[in-house]
Design a protein around this ligand. Structure first.
Ligand code: FAD
Ligand code: MLT
Ligand code: ZN
Length: 482
């Protein structure tokens, strides 16, 4: 679809719904909506439409359905699988004006938010009532609540509170034909039929456009202790992570940064971690080329864990005891209690994505492994990557407490790696019994590999659900479903 392919009458009708200022067609203005965060996925669009509430969203979808114009819903555009941008000339429906923040329902510990509210705004709003949002991630200033539900986002606190789907107590959404489904009472027990909210969570904009979300909130746990632990090998870090999950009742985050990723983020930050030794290069002689992929089959090199405990009462003794119980497994540890010092430890984990993006355009392979195969994977994946592209550099980090490893792969000089890398790694994951998408979704990036995790019968059920809710295939048509 090109701009000229959209009838002026349709543009006029849309402008009548949302106001002319919110129907954008100037390519200079729409450009920001057509390139994804990673810069790997780029497309074009004739129109960006920015409705201000559910009723406007419903009317917009009604107009688009009548004109048979496909549409990509977009929130903060921080998605990492190419699902939020119009790759085949679709219209874009931006949710960023859906910004209502209703008062926190303190009796229920819930809040109703517009889909375009950012995570950081939601966190600040909840904090005003002494409560917190259960999901947190580094893209918090841009990622929207609607986008996070649509991708069933994970982040750094899943080990404590579960992913986004678990936070959802109600959803309002507009279906492809413009009808509105709204189930917002937030009742903790409600067995009245199909779980539409659960279905929309993780549907990546293919079944409906989420306009409002009712979120469960959690008590603020203001006493925190954060540790950065260094290990000689990735396998040691995996063993330690399993032990910490068993022993730290106040565990709030259990994150990992492996060898080359730590080198890169240290170079990016201009400071080395206070514990452990980065593999090669340094802040001063750094650059991507200072990193050399390790020998295939090597033990995965050094590794670090960021461990955070949080409670109403100081959890530092509990964390210190659990770390001491790890014995010689840990080579060194740094512990921080005050917010500034904790943030300095977190920086080595939180800035990895940004450091990789500054170094090039990675292929982002976000996977989960069964606990029993995790160490085998962290040891073996480098060889799998290099068999597919001898010049590629795999950078490993992630949410180790959830068995979730982010394998980001860069080609030489930051270019994209050979296309076969994705397939090789994802097949390896599936062979080990893991998931090819832990938290980012399928998007466009992993469409070709969905069959590795889903049977023919499951894919047929997916297709039947899609046909039932979006018979003309207008909602995010190039995403999730093969
Ligand atoms: P977008 O990128 O705009 O859209 C993502 C998908 O959802 C698209 O398919 C889109 O069509 C659909 N969509 C968006 N809004 C709606 C809506 N209202 N209704 C229906 N469909 C919609 N993800 C994690 O899970 N864990 C992390 O730890 C994490 N860390 C990140 C760190 C960085 C630095 C970055 C850049 C990204 C990170 N992400 C992480 C990925 C990203 O932030 C999440 O996927 C997030 O949920 C996307 O939200 P968004 O508003 O940006 O959605
Ligand atoms: C993160 O956990 O930092 C993001 O989900 C990961 C990524 O950049 O792959
Ligand atoms: Zn992540």
């Amino acid at each position: 679809m090109t701009a000229s392919a959209v009838e002026p009458a349709v543009i006029e009708e849309l402008a009548g719904v949302v106001g002319p200022a919110h129907v954008l067609s100037d390519p200079e203005v729409t450009a920001g909506y057509t390139l994804d965060w990673t810069r790997r996925f780029a497309g074009s669009t004739p129109l960006v439409i920015r409705p201000g509430d559910t009723a406007e969203t419903a009317a917009v979808l009604g107009v688009l359905a009548a004109a048979r114009i496909p549409v990509v819903p977009q929130g903060g555009n921080t998605g990492l699988v190419g699902g939020s941008v119009p790759l085949a000339g679709e219209a874009v429906l931006s949710t960023r004006r859906l910004r209502s923040c209703e008062p926190v329902d303190e009796l229920a510990s819930q809040v109703t938010l517009g889909a375009g509210v950012t995570l950081a705004e939601a966190q600040a709003h909840a904090a005003g009532a002494g409560l917190s949002v259960g999901v947190d991630l580094a893209a918090r200033d841009s990622a929207t609540i609607g986008g996070m539900v649509a991708t069933n986002a994970g982040g750094i606190n899943v080990v404590r509170y579960g992913s986004m789907r678990a936070q959802v107590a109600g959803i309002e959404a507009v279906l492809a034909d413009g009808s509105v489904v709204s189930h917002m009472a937030g009742l903790e027990k409600d067995n009245t039929g199909y779980d539409l909210e659960g279905l929309l969570a993780g549907s990546e904009g293919t079944l409906g456009i989420i306009t409002r979300v009712r979120l469960r909130l959690h008590p603020v746990l203001s006493e925190r202790a954060t540790a950065l632990l260094a290990f000689d090998t990735a396998a040691d870090a995996v063993v330690a992570a399993a032990a910490l999950r068993r022993t730290v009742a106040s565990l709030r985050a259990l994150e990992a940064v492996f060898c080359d990723a730590m080198t890169l983020v240290s170079q990016h930050l201009g400071v080395n971690p206070p514990v452990g030794t980065v593999s090669t290069g340094s802040a001063s002689d750094g650059g991507l080329n200072a990193l050399t992929p390790r020998t295939p089959g090597a033990d995965g090199g050094a590794a670090w864990l960021v461990v955070e405990a949080a409670a109403r009462a100081d959890p530092s003794d509990e964390l210190a005891t659990a770390v001491a119980d790890l014995g010689d497994l840990v080579t060194d540890a740094a512990v921080a209690l005050d917010p500034g010092a904790r943030q300095r430890l977190w920086a080595f984990r939180e800035h990895v994505t940004e450091a990789i993006s500054a170094a090039g355009i990675p292929h982002k392979l976000d996977v989960t492994l069964p606990a029993a195969r995790l160490a085998e994977f962290t040891d073996g994946v480098t060889a799998v990557v290099r068999a597919a592209d001898p010049h590629a550099l795999p950078l490993l980090f992630g949410h180790l407490g959830d068995g979730n490893v982010h394998v980001n792969v860069l080609g030489p000089d930051g270019a994209e790696p050979a296309a076969g890398v994705d397939d090789a790694v994802l097949r390896y994951v599936a062979d080990l019994g893991g998931s090819i998408s832990a938290e980012h979704g399928i998007g466009t990036a992993k469409l070709a590999q969905l069959h590795l995790n889903r049977s023919e019968a499951e894919l047929a059920a997916f297709a039947a659900i899609k046909r039932a809710l979006d018979p003309a295939g207008l909602l995010n048509p190039n995403v999730l479903l093969p």
